[in-house]
Unconditional design. Structure first.
Length: 132
């Protein structure tokens, strides 16, 4: 027997069933940028999947999936890749900086009510930006 969610999904077209694409200022999704970077870094090598797996402390099968674009690395593997490759670390840091810049461009919500939406002191984190 089908539940309501399955019935609703069955009525939708195949395109509508897929997870919605990221919208906004980011033109290339983060996942695609990361996977392209991994490909550029490792595909030129003869044993690319094995080298990538060793760098990420994962299996060669997982690495082949990343190189083919089927899957993306999880957080643990990404941290290992960043630790082993300066260019991957630099790209991830650039993505973070891009996100911060995009957020700074948005209007700060909640300032009119006197609440800036942060949990904790801005003096302790050092990452909050003042909107004017």
């Amino acid at each position: 027997m089908w539940n309501d969610r399955a019935i609703h999904a069955h009525k939708q077209s195949k395109n509508d069933r897929k997870f919605p694409q990221m919208m906004g200022a980011v033109q290339t999704p983060v996942r695609d940028r990361l996977l392209n970077l991994i490909k550029r870094e490792f595909e030129p090598f003869r044993f690319a999947a094995e080298m990538l797996a060793r760098s990420a402390l994962k299996t060669p099968r997982a690495a082949r999936n990343w190189l083919s674009g089927t899957n993306a690395p999880d957080a643990e593997a990404l941290i290992e890749l960043m630790a082993s490759s300066d260019s991957i670390a630099d790209e991830v840091i650039a993505l973070v900086q891009q996100r911060r810049k995009e957020r700074e461009g948005e209007k700060c919500r909640g300032l009119s009510s006197g609440y800036a939406g942060s949990h904790g002191s801005e003096h302790t984190t050092g990452h909050h930006h003042q909107c004017m």
